[in-house]
Write a protein that binds this ligand. Structure first.
Ligand code: MG
Ligand code: ZN
Length: 329
């Protein structure tokens, strides 16, 4: 689970704001990861997602390729190769930098129509997110890739016609649900699907393969509210992510075989918590961009002890491989 832009100050702010409770308190293992990219002390979300997903430090804006442009296999792709079910659930478009780092191999994160092709050609079983327009109103070709999704065995739903709370994903088919044409609404404007979507995803993926599953869940818009230096919208995104972590923890506690890892790709906004009271904080941002601060890693469940300590963001990939028991590549 990735809270985009969610450093320690954001987590602290979410904790104080939520009556001094946060789902992350029940995680027994804590670590820190160093987020810098191959060409910058301050990473962007593309290089960070590539590092986490593939164990490769690459240049900012690059997805799923090393610094020489060589494609690198992602943990999602390896999980799929090993017969596990795979999915992603996000509150951005499904082609955005963070999910893109798990399924795309492109020189630039803004190649949304090309990233859509990579998604289509991946073996992913399940996704929920925005970005429908890159399937059905493409500028680079006239293809309707929603038809291609259906041809590949997906049951395809969208926010306009379908209610995510009423859709019952069939584990014998693949599943796609579009929550927006491009970017989903912010939480403070009423977007609230992430907790339920994460639960639906875990329940589906568990049934999809008896070998296990890999699921990436992103609170995508925490980062955007911090870029905009907007405190109240940030709280609502943090609360949404907190509820999502609770849902996933409930699944993992019951299931007993699920490792849950919660981290960020980087910190955004250089957030400082400048006094006030626990109820009325006085948060201040120091930048509109990202910062170089290390970000925490929280782990729960089998093999969670692997995630203790201070390490590079690329180590997350190797730790996940070890936890899955994949053979050396
Ligand atoms: Mg993101
Ligand atoms: Zn950002």
């Amino acid at each position: 689970m990735i809270g985009d832009g969610t450093g320690l100050a954001q987590i602290s702010a979410g904790f104080y704001r939520n009556n001094q409770k946060f789902s992350l308190e029940s995680f027994p293992v804590i670590g820190f990861q160093k987020t810098y990219s191959a060409n910058n002390l301050i990473t962007d979300s593309a290089a960070a997602a590539t590092a986490i997903a593939s164990g490769q430090k690459t240049n900012n804006s690059v997805l799923g390729q090393d610094v020489n442009g060589k494609p690198c296999k992602t943990i999602l792709e390896e999980a799929s190769d090993n017969g596990l079910a795979t999915g992603m659930v996000v509150t951005s478009s499904i082609q955005h930098a963070t999910p893109g780092g798990f399924i795309a191999h492109r020189i630039a994160r803004n190649l949304y129509e090309e990233i859509t092709l990579d998604l289509l050609n991946s073996n992913i079983d399940f996704f929920i997110g925005g970005g429908k327009q890159y399937f059905d109103r493409r500028e680079s070709d006239d293809k309707n890739l929603l038809d291609s999704l259906k041809y590949k065995g997906f049951n395809v739903y969208n926010y306009f016609n379908d209610d995510l709370n009423k859709v019952k994903p069939d584990p014998s088919s693949k599943f796609a649900f579009f929550t927006a044409d491009n970017q989903p609404l912010p939480a403070f404007q009423g977007r609230d699907y992430l907790p339920q979507a994460a639960k639906i995803a875990a329940d589906y993926l568990k049934l999809r393969s008896n070998k296990g599953f890999f699921l990436m869940v992103e609170g995508s818009q925490i980062d955007w509210t911090c870029h905009a230096n907007q405190v109240e919208p940030m709280y609502s995104e943090l609360q949404d992510f907190n509820l999502t972590i609770e849902k996933v923890l409930q699944f993992a506690e019951k299931n007993g075989e699920t490792l849950v890892i919660v981290t960020a790709d980087h910190e955004t906004g250089g957030l400082g918590l400048n006094g006030g009271t626990a109820r009325v904080l006085n948060p201040k941002f120091t930048t509109n961009g990202h910062t170089a601060a290390m970000v925490p890693v929280f782990a729960f469940g089998p093999k969670s002890e692997l995630f203790r300590g201070i390490y590079e963001n690329t180590a997350l990939y190797y730790k996940m491989r070890t936890a899955f028991g994949f053979s050396e590549n």
